[in-house]
Design a protein around this ligand. Structure first.
Ligand code: ATP
Ligand code: MG
Length: 428
């Protein structure tokens, strides 16, 4: 069953960067994972979403139509940067049903991928509906007042039993502003938030005059940071935020399916297996347990899953290594303080049927698919990883068979030999 992973960007405080975060997040998600459907809608009447994404004169429908009960998949229109958007509406009337109605609508929806909801700076019907629908709530905070205001959002989430979905995101941060010689203002804010039991992202969105300029002036368009402010620190920060969202959505999709009975193939699996199993192909984010696939395993997080055959062929096509037999195994190693660091390295190693190292190839950023796919396999951004070893089967096998005792034991044995070989060769 499909349903979108919903992100609400909310804060009762105005001008904290909600819309900037919501719209840019959509663009960065699409840039990191081009096959992932990303849709955005705003309950605000500022039309910023339309100014960034509108492409041509004919939107499918507006947020007002959504509230009338029309399915969101009929209303979303393909816009700039490959993002789908639902047109904003000048005057929205809160429906007579309670705000939990939106969650029911989204659960019944066939919209796939990620849906981002931008909200107004007040806690009205629309904001509450967005909060109750969301699988992840991002609350930008730029100062103490915004932190205090976050209390009412936290209460709504806690009352719904979903407090763990809410994350504060320090926004419009001036990293130079100090409280005193030792403490910077944003560090103090983060400290205060953690004291109040909030989850705070370790990503801050900096205040940047260049980013501010993207939404001002006389142009009727708003430009994304990705295309018009790439040389700012905000660019790297949005990339990290999108990576965080991708790994949260992969984990949540798994939890959800598991709670709702799971796929037949999951039944009877040990709990540790179920917890660490990724149900989607890390390349295309579509279900991958229903057909033969290439098993992958990340040694440090112990995440595992299956890559579709077609997707795996695309990965292998990027490599210069000559893959000859289905018995071969590909091992990817990441070394060092992160790929963005000068000393870090991503390398692909090919092992034959007897686990002998046949060839290695260092992978530069040009090998785009591998770089985009790895965070989904290892469950964290590449530049936050230190030493990783991901092992991928060249042979496509049915998930039920691969997860059975015999094949899994054989894979574990091959995996250990490969890790030992790499260690002996000083490559891991
Ligand atoms: N990282 C940033 N650096 C500099 N200026 C920013 C940044 N993010 C947002 N802004 C600017 O701050 C202002 C408020 O941003 P934005 O509209 O995203 O906030 P908002 O929370 O959606 O506001 P509202 O509550 O009115 O909807 C805008 O002028 C925007 O261009
Ligand atoms: Mg806004």
């Amino acid at each position: 069953m499909k349903r979108p992973f919903v992100i609400a960007v909310a804060s009762e405080k105005g001008g904290v960067g909600k819309t900037t975060i919501a719209t840019n997040l959509a663009v960065y998600l699409k840039a990191l994972q081009e096959d992932l459907p990303v849709t955005i809608a705003s309950f605000d009447n500022h039309f910023s979403v339309d100014q960034m994404f509108a492409l041509g004169p004919q939107p499918g429908g507006s947020v007002a139509n959504l509230l009338e009960g029309r399915p969101i998949e009929e209303l979303a229109t393909l816009g700039q940067y490959g993002v789908q958007y639902v047109a904003s509406s000048q005057r929205l009337q809160p429906p007579s049903h309670d705000p939990g109605w939106l969650r029911q609508r989204m659960s019944a929806s066939t919209l796939d991928g990620i849906l981002i909801l931008d909200t107004r700076p007040i806690l009205d019907w629309f904001t509450e509906a967005a909060l109750l629908t969301a699988d992840l709530v991002l609350v930008p905070v730029k100062d103490r007042a915004a932190l205090i205001n976050a209390g009412s959002l936290k209460k709504i989430m806690a009352d719904a039993g979903r407090a763990e979905k809410l994350w504060l995101l320090p926004s419009l941060v001036d990293a130079r502003a100090r409280l005193n010689a030792e403490v910077r203002v944003h560090e103090f804010l983060i400290y205060g938030a953690r004291e109040r039991d909030y989850q705070v992202l370790d990503i801050c969105i900096s205040k940047s005059p260049k980013v501010e300029g993207l939404a001002s002036g006389f142009s009727s368009r708003i430009w994304p940071v990705l295309t018009h402010a790439r040389n700012t620190s905000v660019h790297g920060q949005f990339k990290k935020l999108a990576e965080f969202v991708l790994s949260s959505s992969a984990a949540e999709t798994f939890e959800y399916r598991n709670r709702s009975g799971g796929e037949g193939v999951l039944e009877g699996l040990p709990a540790a297996w179920r917890r660490k199993l990724i149900l989607e192909c890390p390349l295309c984010c579509q279900q991958s347990l229903h057909t033969d696939g290439h098993f992958f395993f990340d040694l440090s997080s112990r995440r595992r899953g299956f890559i579709h055959t077609g997707c795996c062929d695309q990965l292998f096509a990027e490599l210069e290594l000559d893959v000859m037999s289905p018995e071969e195994i590909l091992a990817l190693t990441i070394e060092g303080p992160g790929l963005v660091g000068p000393e870090s390295r991503l390398t692909a190693h090919l092992f034959d049927a007897d686990e002998n190292l046949v060839a290695s190839e260092e992978l530069g950023e040009g090998k785009g698919r591998l770089h985009k796919t790895l965070p989904m396999m290892i469950g964290r951004p590449i530049d936050a990883s230190y030493r990783e070893l991901v092992i991928i089967n060249r042979q496509a096998i049915s998930p039920a068979e691969q997860m059975g005792d015999d094949l899994y034991r054989r894979f574990a044995c091959r995996r250990r030999k490969i890790a030992r070989e790499l260690r002996l060769a000083g490559l891991f």
